[in-house]
Design a protein around this ligand. Structure first.
Ligand SMILES: [Cu+2]
Length: 171
């Protein structure tokens, strides 16, 4: 148990570090090439929304039991303010577990998959069809988790991840 929690902690630290260093390098390059080569083509001053990205959480795996969402978050970092996360999962049926999406209030509840103070952002039916969207509107850590089976999907099913959206300085 102790080792497992330690692993989770390390993973989150890696997300933050990976996000920060990628920002420094990747976004600096991108911004300078934009400024140098493309200045006149910039569409209009309010380009923030145009530059925002949309991510389907889990990619083609969607939101399911047993997929490593911490790894997914690391692979897809950095996330920026106003990026959109799309959660897709089947509504309750005979062949799959129901899922849901909660925001946990802090790192400690995230670490322990403690749902007592969590806020539900998607119920068991919300992920059907094209799923539902969640926009990263604030500069803060977001702790997402599946709330089903009293935290078991979060703990044993790896259905949790943390993101801290960064600011797009040049857009
Ligand atoms: Cu679940």
């Amino acid at each position: 148990m102790g080792a497992k929690l330690g692993g989770a902690f390390l993973a989150v630290v890696v997300v933050v570090v990976a996000a920060t260093s990628t920002l420094d390098v990747a976004s600096a390059n991108k911004e300078w090439s934009t400024i140098a080569g493309n200045w006149n083509k910039r569409p209009h001053p309010n380009a923030t929304e145009a530059a925002s990205k949309r991510f389907t959480v889990g990619g083609d795996q969607n939101w399911r039991f047993g997929f490593n969402y911490t790894s997914w978050a690391i692979d897809n970092a950095p996330f920026f303010l106003n990026d959109t996360l799309v959660f897709k999962y089947d509504p309750p049926n005979d062949t799959t577990f129901p899922h849901s999406v909660y925001l946990l209030p802090d790192y400690r509840s995230f670490q322990n998959c403690d749902l007592r103070r969590a806020r539900k952002i998607g119920d068991v039916s919300a992920g059907g069809g094209d799923g539902f969207e969640f926009v990263l509107k604030r500069w803060q850590p977001y702790y997402f988790a599946c709330g089903e089976h009293d935290g078991i999907h979060c703990k044993d099913g790896l259905m949790k991840f943390a993101v801290w959206p960064l600011i797009r300085w040049f857009y």
